[in-house]
Design a protein around this ligand. Structure first.
Ligand SMILES: [Zn+2]
Ligand SMILES: [Zn+2]
Length: 376
């Protein structure tokens, strides 16, 4: 599921003070601590979530990155964020996936007034089958969405009270600090750039001004998508702060293991057991592909381990538009549970090939020659 907002995890407003973060953390950490919840997986997960939120939000640099870019700013797995993520690691289905992490969002430049923050990006892990990945797949997912809180009408303040202008920054959201000759503008540490302080938070939304609900989203997965690729759904992340733009939602594709095929890029591989007689005599075999069976002729004298390439029977590349190939790895099967009659036939066969000499088994002959050289 999508990663939850750190403030939401701790039940705090975006402008929570460091003290409030510490208090909320202590309370929740006590509640979900593994010592108090032995063998409770859910509590353990919640404990980890709370701990991560606390660690991120009490580190001023990370908190600022998170406020500006959301999870993309602090989660190295999200790529492209403010914290050494880099866009590597994930393939991007449409090339521009990381394009607007920095564009459009972020802080409103220049003068006074509260700061505008882009909402956090969210990630949704979607598991699909190899067939769905190869042929394309339309589905729907349930994702978090936020509505304005009815109780406080979005202000975050308890009804009957209202947010007050921050006295530290006089509502500008920024403060000037004198450092030597330089005057540096910084995010107000008291209100964290919102310009407002909520003395009594709304009980329905804990001061966030909005309530989380779920919504259904249609996802069109293009044919040929590969494991780890992500599809961006623009604007479906968390809402921004102070009128900032919302973050994006990233649907990350996880392809389930297939019973027959292994995928490597746009190529497919499969193992094909064939009988000892078929391998020796050659003949038609049926080969499975993602679009049904095809027949294929193996030549006389096919050895175990031989690979046949079926051109164009792989997966059509999501970017190239060209199909990969299917590689069939032949495994010659030694017959088992033979009847006396079948054994007699094989003994007769063995005598006949021995009489015929080494030409019937060049591999064995080559091997015997090496062994002889080795002992001489
Ligand atoms: Zn409210
Ligand atoms: Zn302030």
């Amino acid at each position: 599921m999508a990663k939850r907002d750190f403030y939401e995890v701790l039940g705090l407003a975006k402008n929570a003070s460091e003290d409030e973060i510490k208090k909320a953390y202590r309370k929740l950490a006590m509640k979900y601590h593994p010592d108090r919840n032995p063998d409770n997986k859910e509590a353990e997960e919640q404990f980890k979530e709370v701990k991560e939120a606390y660690e991120m939000l009490t580190n001023p640099e990370k908190r600022e990155a998170y406020d500006r870019y959301g999870h993309a700013g602090v989660d190295p797995n999200m790529g492209g964020g403010g914290f050494g993520g880099g866009a590597g690691g994930f393939g991007d289905a449409f090339g521009d996936i990381f394009g607007d992490i920095f564009g459009g969002g972020g802080r409103r430049g220049g003068g006074g007034g509260p700061q505008v923050y882009r909402g956090a990006d969210l990630r949704y892990n979607l598991e699909i089958t190899l067939e769905q990945a190869a042929h394309g797949y339309d589905t729907t997912i349930r994702v978090p969405a936020w509505d304005k809180c009815d109780t406080c009408n979005g202000s975050g303040a308890k009804p009957g009270t209202s947010p007050v202008t921050c006295t530290t920054c006089a509502g500008h959201g920024q403060v000037r600090m004198q450092q030597g000759f330089f005057s540096i503008q910084q995010t107000c540490p008291k209100c964290h750039g919102t310009g407002k302080i909520i003395p009594e938070p709304c009980p329905s939304c804990s001061g966030a001004g909005r309530i989380k609900r779920n919504k259904t989203l249609e996802v069109k997965i293009p044919a040929g998508i590969d494991n780890g690729m992500r599809i961006r759904s623009s604007g479906n992340g968390e809402p921004g702060t102070n009128g900032g733009p919302p973050g994006d939602l990233y649907v990350e594709i996880h392809i389930k293991q297939h019973a027959v095929f292994q995928r490597e890029g746009d190529d497919l591989h499969c193992e094909m057991p064939i009988s000892f007689a078929k391998a020796a005599l050659g003949g038609e075999i049926e080969v499975p592909t993602l679009s049904g069976k095809v027949s294929f002729t193996v030549p006389e004298g096919t050895q175990s381990g031989k690979t046949f390439r079926l051109k164009g029977k792989g997966v059509k590349g999501v970017r190239s538009g060209y199909p990969g190939d299917l590689f069939c790895h032949v495994a010659v099967e030694t017959p088992v549970k033979l009847t006396e009659k079948q054994k007699d036939l094989l003994r007769e066969f063995e005598r006949a090939t021995t009489e015929g000499g080494a030409k019937h088994s060049p591999q064995s002959k080559g091997w015997m020659d090496k062994v002889k050289d080795f002992f001489e």
